[in-house]
Design a protein around this ligand. Structure first.
Ligand code: ADP
Length: 471
């Protein structure tokens, strides 16, 4: 089978979160299963672009409303990721440093999608599946079926994977001229709540829809930022497929972001080296359990509750633990956390920003990873943490519910709690400190977690089965 993944992110080319990790890994695992998988994404000005060699494979142009744009498709020449990687260059729109966060993101991603579909319509052959990811490529299933110029693509099955339904990419009908001339009877296939909604359009038009965990799909039917009825209506074509992790990139015995490698058999020693490094770097006390948070500092991740959780833990449990936070996001949360630094007794520290190397060192050196998320479609951090012998302390929601079994259950290996409230989270922190005092149990739990197989092998095969059902 030939599968074309269309995405805004792909690790290590450009990553803002889990979407990048997934699209950076899944195609390689599909190739391992004997298929052809390719990735098409925008050409941003990233380090990766300048450190690899590219060849031009196509040049074209199209309209975005009244504005004509030229695009160039380039392919990576050395196949560094193990799959064909194509970047779409649209001068002035896509060639920027960041993936998202610009005022004209709607225009940028619509132009990207037009270029992808325009280019595909010129191919001599037809791929077996076009697999789009989140709203940035969500208009593609509509364009393939209902845009008059791309009708030749209408027989190709499309699959949408929802990594995060909070973001839907809506824009007003005043911008409908951006979409290349389309069958106006199909207006309803673009619309949700009086706006053009790329995610809703993809849910309606894609042949199948997947979410990145089964529990997240259940939750979307009653909590999906306005799309609840649509998920209920389309439930017949939706399926949850749990994400895996790239076990080549995320392996403490080979991790390229640090030198002191370890495996399950010498995890205690190995982790102690990394913990010492982190404690020395951030002025923390190595004798206390190290609890980390890594992620976007946004409401979805319940990052706004972190300052109160840390303060309450110190007050009610005692200054028995260290907290180390890595992330960036809402300025108020960043400010509150920064302000807490002055009250630290060498037991709280913070790195505001995005730092891939530090994240790997933290998974390796921490004792516990805190994930109190309000919404967690799958969550990769907890799976990385477990592979690195770091015990997850998570809220039972979405993919966290599907991947972390509480210690109180048979064969359990994590700490879970029900609500994203300061009380429940702090209770989780208390349980972590209790567990830390039981050295034998800690070792046991570490061993169990590090043996878990959360790799992509199983899920990659599930996607193939899904594509095959569309033949
Ligand atoms: P989401 O995609 O919702 O942000 P996921 O758990 O699916 O959350 O994926 C998060 C990914 O981003 C993980 O690889 C995590 O390590 C990484 N990450 C998040 N914030 C940072 C940061 N500030 N620095 C480094 N890596 C980060």
């Amino acid at each position: 089978m030939e599968i074309i993944h269309v995405t805004a992110e792909c690790y290590p080319v450009a990553k803002a979160g889990g979407l990048g990790d997934v699209v950076g890994a899944l195609p390689a695992y599909q190739i391992k299963l004997g298929h052809v998988a390719k990735v098409v994404m925008p050409m941003y000005r990233t380090k990766y672009l300048y450190s690899h060699d590219w060849e031009v494979v196509h040049k074209g142009g199209s309209n975005l409303g009244h504005w004509w744009f030229d695009y160039t498709v380039i392919r990576e020449m050395d196949n560094a990721q193990g799959f064909d990687l194509y970047l779409i260059d649209i001068h002035g729109l896509l060639d920027r440093e960041k993936v998202y966060g610009y005022i004209d993101d709607n225009e940028r991603f619509v132009a990207f999608q037009i270029a992808v579909v325009d280019w595909m319509s010129k191919w001599q052959h037809r791929p077996d599946v076009v697999h789009v990811h989140d709203h940035h490529s969500g208009l593609i299933p509509f364009m393939m079926q209902h845009c008059l110029g791309f009708r030749s693509l209408s027989g190709i099955p499309s699959v949408l994977t929802i990594h995060n339904a909070q973001y839907q990419g809506q824009f007003g009908w005043d911008k409908s001229i951006f979409i290349p001339s389309w069958d106006s009877w199909k207006r309803g296939m673009l619309e949700w709540n009086n706006a053009i909604n790329p995610l809703a359009s993809a849910i309606k038009c894609a042949w199948k829809v997947t979410t990145v965990s089964p529990s997240y799909l259940d939750e979307l039917r009653y909590m999906s930022n306005g799309l609840e009825e649509l998920f209920e209506y389309e439930k017949g074509k939706c399926i949850g497929i749990l994400n895996g992790i790239d076990d080549q990139v995320w392996d403490p015995s080979t991790d390229k972001y640090f030198d002191h490698h370890y495996r399950s058999s010498n995890a205690e020693k190995g982790k102690a080296v990394h913990k010492k490094f982190l404690c020395d770097t951030f002025g923390l006390d190595q004798g206390k359990p190290l609890i980390i948070f890594i992620g976007r500092l946004v409401g979805e991740k319940a990052a706004d509750l972190l300052p109160a959780v840390i303060a309450d833990s110190f007050q009610h449990i005692g200054r028995k633990m260290n907290f180390l936070v890595l992330g960036s996001g809402e300025p108020e949360v960043e400010d509150q956390l920064r302000a807490m630094l002055s009250h630290s007794w060498g037991d709280f520290s913070l790195y505001v920003g995005y730092n891939e190397t530090l994240s790997h060192q933290m998974y390796a050196g921490a004792d516990f990873l805190l994930m109190p998320s309000r919404v967690e479609p799958c969550g990769l951090n907890q799976m990385y943490a477990m592979r690195y012998g770091t015990i997850p302390v998570v809220r039972r929601t979405g993919g966290l519910k599907d991947t972390v079994r509480d210690l109180s259950e048979e064969g359990g290996y994590g700490i879970t709690f029900e609500q994203a409230t300061v009380g429940d989270i702090t209770h989780g922190v208390w349980r972590a400190t209790q567990l830390y005092e039981d050295n034998k149990k800690m070792k046991e739990v570490r061993k169990t977690m590090m043996k878990l197989d959360n790799s992509w092998d199983k899920s990659a095969a599930e996607y193939i089965k899904l594509y095959e059902s569309l033949k």
